[in-house]
Ligand binder design. Sequence first.
Ligand SMILES: O=P(O)(O)OP(=O)(O)OP(=O)(O)OC[C@H]1O[C@@H](n2cnc3c(O)ncnc32)[C@H](O)[C@@H]1O
Ligand SMILES: [Mg+2]
Length: 199
Amino acid sequence: MKEIIIATKNKGKAKDFEALLEPMGYKVLTLHDVAPHIDVEETGETFEANAILKAEAIAQELQATVIADDSGLEIEALDGEPGVYSARYSGDEKNDESNIDKVLQKMVQVPDDEKTARFRCVLALASPGQETIIFEGTCEGLITDERKGDKGFGYDPIFYVPEFEKTMAEMEPEEKASVSHRGNAIRELGKTMPGLSGN
Ligand SMILES: O=P(O)(O)OP(=O)(O)OP(=O)(O)OC[C@H]1O[C@@H](n2cnc3c(O)ncnc32)[C@H](O)[C@@H]1O
Ligand SMILES: [Mg+2]
C-alpha cells in the first residue's frame, strides 16, 4: 500500500482522511506516526496561511511530500466566527465540548432561519524544493439548537446537513466523506494529482 503523510495531530481529522484515502489505496500516516515531537505554531490569519505553514514546516523537516489541513466553521450570524480560531474558540487549550458550548450560547438569540454556516477546509500539498499547491473545499449547513450524534469530531454534533437530514456526527465516516469540506478539498486535489483519485 502507498503511504501518504498528513501533517496533523487531530485524530478526528485523521479518521476523515482514512475514510477518504484508504479506498484509493493509501495508508494514512499522521504526525503521531512520523514526527510526534513537532508542533507547528499556527500564527497565520487565514486557513490558507496556516495550511501552508504546517505543510512546509513538516515537508522540510521530513524531506518528504506532505499534506496539511487547516479548517474550521464559519457561522454567518456570528460574522464568520469561529473561523480560523475554530480549534481554540473557547480558550488556548483545545476543547471540542467547550467550543460547542460557546457556539450554542452565542446562537441562542439567533432566529432559526439565520442559523446558516459552512465548514471550510484548505489543504496545502508541500514537497521539498517544489512550489506548495493549495486546494479548498466547503460544506454548507445549519447550526442546531443542541448536540446530536456521537461520531466525527469538533463541531460535527451541531452541524446539520439538510441534504442528509442529519448532523455530521450522525453520519458514518464514508457518508461524511462524500459531502464534507474535507472530502470536497481532497476531490479537488485528486483532479490535479490523478494518482490520488484512484484513476
Ligand atoms: O492543526 P491540526 O494538528 O491539523 O489539528 P487542529 O484540530 O488544530 O486543526 P485546525 O488547526 O485546522 O483547526 C480546525 C478546527 O476546526 C474544527 N473542524 C474542522 N473540520 C471539522 C470537521 O470536519 N468537523 C468538525 N469540526 C471541524 C475543529 O474544531 C478543529 O479543531
Ligand atoms: Mg491546529
